[in-house]
Design a protein. Sequence first.
Length: 555
Amino acid sequence: MAYVALYRKYRPRRFADMVGQEHITRVLKRQIETGQTAHAYLFCGARGTGKTSAAKILARAMNCLNPVDGEPCGTCAVCAMGDEALSTDILEIDAASNNGVDEIRDLRDKINFAPTVCRYKVYIIDEVHMLSTGAFNALLKTLEEPPAHAKFILATTEAGKIPATILSRCQRFDFKRIPQPLIEGYLKTVLDDLGVQYEERAVAAIAAAAEGGMRDALSILDQCVALGGELRYQGVVETIGTLDQSAMDRLVEDLRDGRVDRALAQVEEAYLAGKDLSLVLRDLMSAFCSRMTTAAEKKQPLEFYLRAIDLLSQGETAMRFSQRPRTALLAAIARIALVSRDDSVDGLVARVARLEDMIHRGWTVSASDQTDEPLWTEKAPSDAPEVPFGDPPVDAPPWDQEPPLPSDLPPWEEKEPARAVQEKKPALREEAKPVSSGQASRPEPSSGKESDRYQRFLELIRSRSVPAYHTLRFGTLMDDRENSVIIEFDKKGHVMAQALRIPSNAKIVEEALKEVYGPEAKISYVDAPEGAGEELPPLVEKAKSAFGADVIITD
Ligand SMILES: [Zn+2]
């Protein structure tokens, strides 16, 4: 017997077999039951979501002699006939094909002839948005005054291209993309039916790649099953031609942390391995998209992800029209990795967002985590004006200060704590610079010299967390009598006060506070009066003039 593609073999024959479109099948079944079907339907939705299948079932249900619960019965004389035998009464027209216009003209000529075996002549017109203006006009004439025996089911992926005159004469149904779990469930049913063993994540990978279309899911499955044997994740990834999950995660991390060389090398490697670069881009975009969704749920900054998706969209367009799509993708990748050095307004917003993201992620390092190399070089005694975080000299760009990676470390090693610490350093320097420079000129504490107790308190914190210590040093001690420590932060230091409130820092501060000032002691961070800070550094001024101060430092 000839090979039948899976999506044909498993095409639903009843509304109940359709997956993920219950909001539509429920209404259609009700119409069949009550005999109140419309003259013309418009089925809209993404490819492979079941529009044509629903149209075929509806056409058969309308003509079934004894419909059962709104479904074709499957046993009556009409239901028993094959598609071929019914083809004079249930006509399928592909508007995207060359002879689409001819078929519409033909339709007009023959529509008045009564159906030969069925009650209704049903015209299923696929990709109806592809019709020419002339063909639309011809169709409109028949839709305006259809004979009682004629029914139309128009299907389209682009409802926006259908003339309003046609739309207004149709009952419209919007097909949803099918949720991934439903596709997975259906694929497993098919695999069980075929007697093929499978890995769960292999099925999940197919469902994800299908992007809500069951037909695509079954087509991919078809190719994968053709390999023979058990359905394995690795085989699926190779068939689809994209990166596997761990490679994709690595690429996203590299981009987020600005490791441009590694990100480019990964894409180059994928290209040499024969991966489909447009799929790599698509998957990368959905990876950023899902991280953005997670960040939104956690009320974390989104700007970096937005910027990355933006740059990938531009890259996608460039790839489509470029003779060298690989170059276009590499350029987009480099731009994302370099967002941290991007001085455009969008870039500045993304950079501020990354700084906030780092604070949210809690960039404290406990004393025991420290390597032999000091994390941040202190250039001055703690009570003298200091440059926090060991800012590089102004004449050297911050990225020139980046320490070399330890040479004995393989580039794919992700979990090594010492390197994680080192990698944060350049980013922190660079990101923290706008809010930290100018720190030396902060006003003297109103209570004069810092008390010995406060000095001890600071030293204790420094011994436990150098970053927490430096963060606290952004503030000015206003008062520490009565076991109540009040520290003031000016506008520039506001974000540092935020950093001190994240749980890991707050715990260190609280513990040191109780040890030095006693168990009842309280600490509060207050904002300096308006205008207390010095003029803002140029980078922040630039962003401020574009957005207003609220955008620069948000809660
Ligand atoms: Zn029937």
